[in-house]
Design a protein around this ligand. Structure first.
Ligand code: ADP
Ligand code: TRP
Length: 343
């Protein structure tokens, strides 16, 4: 196994990306970005914007460009550092498309059709079930395997895709009798992968659901206040030491992300004691802590958004780093497969 060595330390490689489907929200931050930011201190990181992946939804060119810009800006505003990580566009590493073609030979129809995300898309976009949707996990595997990543920081919803990527590695390595590709694992600094719930108390916070279900990194103070005010709660604790209702469990999860442990404990005790009428105060506290968390990120987003020259520099540098690593993998893979030059 080849590792990158930096200042005498062996660094594991990390890859992750986010589809540019709109502004990033708390789910993206805590499920993905927070880990990116920590990992760039200790790993060799490749973080990209998955613009090829977005094509499954047939975006118009202006929207595509705009959405890509949003994600680049929000990556940087949240704390990704172009001196520590390669920050690049997936389409700036077109070797990914060749890798995708090569891996497609080791991906089988039955298992692609069984993928939860594919089934979900058939349900949500029945009029556009294109082949890109079916082979989405193969393109994702190409993104990861092209840098021979060891770890992939993603939310829980991506675990199945990672399992598929590992399977393609085993098949490729078996077929050619060598340990060339590396099996990646899903990664989160917490004990388990985080799922940030939506504000309506059901499902996960998501860009695709209605805007009020998610708190975005770009939300202003008043919007945050309104959203938290309308977050679903229940009738209050029905006795002492009862289990949380799903709605209150979700609120406490949000608290655990942006508030201090003392604040969390304070409200947990109220619940455990079966106290009445404290939800209003709890929501006010959550709003205050949420605003304190989002505000500095939002301000950085505003500054960066108008600085196209800087964004261009960051992405050019990122593309060069990604090329260096990704083109090499594909070149070697071609040789292993048996493509030989006649000239
Ligand atoms: P969305 O569902 O909002 O379109 P994406 O599918 O683009 O988000 O996800 C980008 C990254 O953010 C992925 O790593 C995903 O696992 C993570 N993520 C998205 N929503 C959540 C959530 N509610 N909780 C935890 N992680 C999430
Ligand atoms: N499928 C991921 C998502 O929907 C985005 C993604 C594409 C990705 N390629 C990746 C994540 C490679 C990690 C690694 O969120």
């Amino acid at each position: 196994m080849v590792f990158y060595i930096f200042a005498g330390f062996i660094m594991e490689r990390v890859v992750s990306g986010i589809r540019p489907t709109g502004n990033l929200h708390l789910g993206n931050y805590f499920g993905a970005l927070q880990n990116f930011i920590k990992m760039q201190e200790t790993h060799q990181c490749y973080f990209f914007i998955a613009d090829y992946h977005l094509l499954t939804t047939h975006p118009n060119p202006a929207d595509l460009h705009n959405n890509v810009k949003h994600v680049v800006v929000e990556y940087l505003a949240a704390g990704l550092d172009p001196y520590k990580s390669a920050i690049y566009l997936q389409s700036d590493l077109p070797e990914t498309a060749e890798m995708y073609l090569l891996l497609n030979m080791n991906a089988y129809l039955g298992e692609l059709e069984r993928s939860a995300s594919f089934k979900d898309k058939i349900r949500t976009q029945p009029n556009n079930v294109n082949a890109g949707l079916l082979t989405y996990p193969v393109l994702m595997a190409a993104d990861i395997l092209i840098h021979k990543a060891h770890k992939v920081p993603v939310g829980k919803d991506q675990e199945q895709h990672l399992e598929m990527a590992r399977e393609y590695v085993r098949r490729f390595n078996n077929m050619y009798g060598q340990e060339f590709l590396v099996e990646p694992t899903a990664f989160n600094f917490g004990e388990k992968l985080i799922k940030v719930p939506g504000l309506d108390g059901t499902g996960k916070m998501s860009k695709s659901e209605s805007g009020s279900n998610a708190i975005f990194l770009i939300d202003d103070d008043i919007t945050i206040e309104k959203k938290i005010k309308s977050a679903k709660t229940d009738l209050g604790p029905q006795g002492m030491n009862t289990p949380f209702s799903p709605e209150i469990e979700n609120i406490f999860l949000l608290f655990s992300l942006v508030s201090s442990p003392e604040t969390l404990k304070f409200y947990q005790e109220k619940w455990n004691n079966g106290e009445e009428k404290w939800y209003g105060g709890m929501k006010k506290q959550l709003t205050e802590d949420m605003i304190n968390f989002i505000k500095p990120i939002r301000e950085r987003i505003k500054d960066l958004y108008s600085n196209d020259e800087y964004l261009g520099k960051v992405l050019k540098h990122g593309a060069e780093l990604a090329q260096e690593s990704g083109a090499k993998t594909v070149r070697e893979m071609r040789e292993i497969i048996g493509f030989k030059k006649f000239y």
